[in-house]
Design a protein around this ligand. Sequence first.
Ligand code: 3H9
Length: 686
Amino acid sequence: MSAESNTANRPGAIVTSEIRDGVMTIVTDSPPVNALSAQVRAGLLAALRDAEADPAVKGAVIACAGRTFFAGADITEFGRVMAEPTLPQLAGAIEACAKPVVAAIHGTALGGGLELALACHYRIAVPSARLGLPEVKLGLLPGAGGTQRLPRLTGMETALGMIAKGDPVEASEALHCGLVDRLAGEDGLIADAVGFTAEVAALRPLPRASERAVDCDPAVFAAFREANARRFRGFEAPNAIVDLLEASADRPFGEGIAMESRAFEALLAGTQSAAQRHLFFAERAAAKIRDVPPDMPQRTIARVGVIGAGTMGGGIAMAFLSAGFPVTLVDASEEALRKAAATIGGMVDASAAKGRMTGEQARAAMQRLMPTLDFASLADADLIVEAAYEDMTVKKEIFARLDRIARPGAILATNTSFLDIDIIAASISRPADVVGMHFFSPAHVMKLLEVVRGARTAKDVLATVMTLAKRIGKIAVVARVCHGFIGNRMLVPRQIHAEALLMDGATPSQIDAVHVAFGMPMGPFQMADLAGLDIGWHRDPNRIETLRDAFAAQGRWGQKTGAGFYDYDDKRRPHASPVAEALIARFRASSGHVERAISEEEIVVRTLYTMVDEAARILEEGIAQRAGDIDVVWTQGYGWPAYRGGPMFWADTIGLPTIVAGLEKYGLPVAPLLRETAARDGRFNR
Ligand code: 3H9
């Protein structure tokens, strides 16, 4: 195959084209992810027009250089008027082209990128490609024809999952459901795409997704909404998407497209999408450490050790095993090791059953697990994560042993959720190697990882752990040392004020209902019952100094005893408890509190505004690097609803002067940073 001509390619152009064997190959090279910026769109349209006008061209291939096919619209352009050609215009022009246009897909075809491919007449992909419409995760919907073209190609069931849930599909699945027409060789995509175009060049009519009919049972929509009600609760985009998919089934294509465009604009202008787009960038910004250069040399991590075969240790081991690391799991109890290995086996099997790994990968993962009683087997590990009992004496003892046996340069991490890692680091001879890796339970599922930076933690240790976090699929946020770091520290004022509200006359279910309506998965008292009310209890039933003591003394320890702030049935469902309320009333009276009516506004101020206040202190003390990091911790680790963007974004949305006024109204302290930022009408997130 030889290049026959070269259309108007200027030096440095992002979109270039070349004609081979009568097929024009249009290649976009716009790092890092070939987002469809105004410049890319203009370049694509110009090349397409060239292909249409040139009688020597019988078809065109649209492909990308670099690591991926188009990753979607350029999100940084949102909020401004989209320059022409807009993405829907470009998609329309591609589909209307009188010559066949073939999308050649590698890496990920996402959002507007996949919509562009859907507008092409054919799609060819390498086997490793993934295709998806993840706009819903940005509080949006596909706005360039995706809601109308995808169901016409794949059928409704696949389209519902891909668009309303944002689940991507692998190339093989895409082939199976009609989303791609052919798989290419992994290394010969362009050549295969050109060959394919030549093969289909003479076929007419051109297959256009918009001209196909959607065949589906109208009952699928209600069933889908019902099955996903919990997941979609509070979010605007998923319901708008299901409406549009319904429209694709019973309205003409043009009408569906007009509806899609209106719905996209409405979501784009709303707060939910602003919140979710903020989180997209915040999650990526969190990976950057201000005083650690991106090219910092890193330590090699090939073997991982985990100390402690409890729930956390097992989950952490699973997270590393799934990412391909050999893991040595150490515990002093043979029974604990046996149980952990069985649990990990179950988790690996479940992952395989869900298609997250193949049977072969599952077997290999289990072969990489080495449970042992022998602490000395950690000698060749490059990273050791201690996940033992949350007690400083225990931790110091473990780190002293590690100091003796770990190889020089090994990273020594602790999974502590509260303790001072500087004290642990100072107790051994290599404090620079010590770092906190605070996983969230279940550790193989939850995406958040708080990376705790001690006063003496080496920069290359931090850089290595941040890269490693990404390899094991975690979103890492750096925290400096304080009690509870970012996430758990913010839980403290919430719990203190929630319990103080009980003393003033509120009930647990009244307070929890406010939090659930706000979008949290559960309220402070449901969470306390889940964690256990006996945690930290002095174990003397005659010493009743706090409300917690009163509950613990009665054996109301929460879910584990079937009773706490709530009563639990055999399915662990909470029910408002007259016994708990009587206990609260007695404690209230005995401690001299007077019962009064509590409003929803007071609950919001005292349990949510106080969290914002604590977050402001975390920021001003430098515990968190930036406000967005706090938002990532709370949305990824504690169920703060993504559509509210995290505590700091939420505070910005309602206005910091409102937060200050609310706190002052109830006589609560205001962090200096919060007061100053409010006074100049500023925002935490810029
Ligand atoms: C859309 O398409 C709307 C249309 O339906 C309708 C329009 C009318 N734009 O994630 P990474 C940046 S909505 C701008 O670390 P990876 C990212 O911020 C879009 N920038 O890489 C980062 O910047 P920095 C639907 C983007 O290899 C850098 O690229 N599409 C975009 O781990 C590297 O990103 C999506 O939602 C973008 N679209 O993962 C897909 N995407 O280096 C969003 C990325 O300064 N993207 N950046 O921090 C992704 O899911 C991942 O980036 C991807 C690569 C899987 C592609």
